[in-house]
Design a protein around this ligand. Structure first.
Ligand SMILES: Nc1nc2c(ncn2[C@@H]2O[C@H](COP(=O)(O)OP(=O)(O)O)[C@@H](O)[C@H]2O)c(=O)[nH]1
Ligand SMILES: [Mg+2]
Ligand SMILES: [Zn+2]
Length: 311
């Protein structure tokens, strides 16, 4: 039996890497998952078993090995179908810029919740620091202070000036990474810088607003610095499902830590008396912007799937 890792999927066929060979594979029959209806049973990052057909030109995937984790995107329509963006992810990188374009803290916090929920370690990359004036540098440092205190890895980088990149290379080696972030923050430029010769398309800044539609919904994994990076097309926030509000506090590590001191063990940290989280937010021990974003996410109603308002 052959084994390999899926590095590209188009929905009907898959490229599977086995050592240095890349085999074009199909699936036969259906892989059904009981928990959710999937539009794609096999995703990039999946370790699969496959059989070679008689002429050896094409493989047939026969099994998917157990996934360590995966990212799901639910369709916004009523079909209740989900799409697996990628599987077996070690780190999720978020490309953040304070200008051109602005990345809002709410966007970062929602994305962090998604990472926590999916058991994927987040890494925050603050890019384009070559463009920052003193005021922006101060804002950058205060953002980084908030997230470092919680325990998140943060890097200041300039892809344009190749600044701060080598430290990130070390993290990538041997790992599967997904990268997301608003359009125009420099994701493709970053991947191109890491691996000369990939030549991913980059967009000019004036093109942001033109680019409403997803160009493709299928992700591709790029071999980079001894690991893999998956550019997640059109993904602004991921994995936030209906049940996001249940135990939302568990996905804010600093809130989770304090909530053991709340009077009620089902405390939502909103209106309850003797709430350790609210007290900490009042005293500034928990960052008030983070606390407010926790409240904002809880307060979202039917438009909870809409990410675009944070762009
Ligand atoms: N000034 C500056 N521009 C950058 C930097 N990184 C990327 N860019 C530019 O930002 C634009 C968008 O980059 P792109 O990689 O297409 O962003 P993506 O949409 O996230 O993939 C391009 O014009 C890049 O040249 C940086 O560190 N500094
Ligand atoms: Mg891009
Ligand atoms: Zn509480």
């Amino acid at each position: 039996m052959n084994q390999g890792i899926v590095i590209k999927s188009t929905g009907s066929h898959y490229l599977v890497k086995q050592d240095e060979k890349i085999i074009n594979c199909k699936i036969r029959g259906k892989f059904r998952k009981k928990e959710f209806r999937l539009t794609n049973p096999v995703a990039v990052g999946d370790y699969v078993e496959f059989k070679l057909q008689k002429d050896k030109s094409i493989g047939v995937i026969t099994a998917i090995l157990e996934r360590k984790n995966f990212l799901l995107r639910k369709s916004t329509n009523l079909s209740k179908q989900s799409h697996i963006i990628a599987a077996n992810i070690d780190f999720a990188f978020l490309m953040i810029t304070l200008i051109k374009p602005v990345t809002y803290l709410m966007f970062i916090d929602r994305w962090l919740v998604a990472c926590e929920k999916n058991h994927i370690k987040p890494v925050l990359l603050f890019n384009k620091i070559d463009l920052y004036d003193n005021e922006l540098i101060n804002r950058l440092n205060s953002h980084i202070k908030i997230y470092k205190k919680i325990g998140y890895k943060c890097f200041k980088i300039s892809v344009k000036e190749n600044f701060g990149i080598d430290d990130i290379r070390k993290i990538i080696t041997g790992k599967i990474i997904v990268i997301s972030g608003n359009s125009g923050t420099g994701k493709s430029s970053f991947v191109n810088l890491l691996e000369q010769g990939l030549n991913l398309k980059t967009k000019e800044i004036s093109d942001y607003h033109k680019q409403g539609k997803h160009t493709t919904t299928f992700a591709e994994m790029f071999p980079v610095s001894g690991g893999y990076i998956i550019d997640t097309p059109g993904i602004k926030g991921f994995g936030l499902n209906d049940d996001i509000k249940e135990n939302l506090g568990d996905f804010f590590p600093e809130i989770k830590k304090l909530s053991v001191n709340c009077k009620f063990n089902n405390c939502t940290h909103t209106h309850e008396p003797e709430c350790a989280v609210k007290e900490a937010a009042d005293k500034g021990e928990i960052n008030i912007k983070r606390y407010n974003n926790y409240i904002n996410i809880l307060a979202e109603e039917d438009d909870k799937y809409r990410q675009d308002k944070y762009l």
